[in-house]
Design a protein around this ligand. Sequence first.
Ligand SMILES: [Mg+2]
Length: 367
Amino acid sequence: MRIDEVELRLVELPYRTPFKTSFSSEEGKVAIIVTVRSQGVEGYGEGTMDPFPFYREECTVGAWHLLQHAFAPDLLQHGCEHPSELGARWARWRGNPMAKSALEAAVWDCYARQLGVPLRTLLGGDRTEIPVGASLGMSSIPETVENVARHVAQGYKRVKLKIEPGWDVELLSAVRADFPDIELTVDANSAYTLADVDTLRAIDEFGLHYIEQPLHWDDMVEHAQLATMIRTELCLDETLTSPVRVRDALDMKACSVVNVKVARVGGVQSVREIHELCVSRNVPMWCGGMLETGVGRSLNIHLATMPGFVFPGDTASASRTYARDIVEQRLEATNGIMPVPEGAGTGVTLDRPFLDEVTTKTEVVRA
Ligand SMILES: [Mg+2]
């Protein structure tokens, strides 16, 4: 596969309402939208790293630099036989999975479009729709309960609450009082330490599906200890940055549920390897989200069609997050079911006038 051109766009897209977690409150999305062009066909990928490293250590300027000066020139010079080889080839540049994923995913999309097949077909995903959940940011307890009610009424298959010390047991008591039976999970985004074990143990009584990343954002050892101290299943997110990290985490029993974010693990090929591993060990996976634009969201939907993604993921309706998206297709769930966009590749087309409007910087790299 010969690649003729790689275009990088920095886009800034406002959220409908700010999204608050234990680590930040964000007003909007800053993303790098990557377009690869190969023999008249385009493919798209999204860089989901933030301007400042509040989630993992990658940030927008660093990713832009590597895309422009390392990964794109390598891709333009050498092309590829198949997009699955790119991750291994770029391993000589250490880390930076989100930057690599943005370009690798664009190549996968372009490859599928050239073949004229949906991306999910190349991934072995048979489903044409997927169950989805919603992740709710922090607000007051009455607002959260109301927000849960709204999402349950909309049919979302799972509700996830963001928690932090002091914003946990009381919140869960209030939500469980009104919704004793819904599939409920919490995400702490590393807000606790092992010193909080009593609180984490108290959370056992709420019948959660799992607790996501309660401890340090790069830890496995203490999560493995915590797993022996509480009953609720542990799911890792931030810690799992590659297939090897997932294997290590499972080997040491640091988690029993795996959150897969394509960007965090380094791209589509890494997701395939993690999928194979988790299926072989009967470990449930689900597809996380980074409030992506339609470019990243559509990729998540295709990935979540793979059979190992057994729990509802974070790929909720785009309209929850954005008043207007940069793709023309409306990525909307009905009754908690998200249809997979039809057509070749990820099945989305860019809303070019709006994309131009929200683009703050462009760079085209050519062979
Ligand atoms: Mg998370």
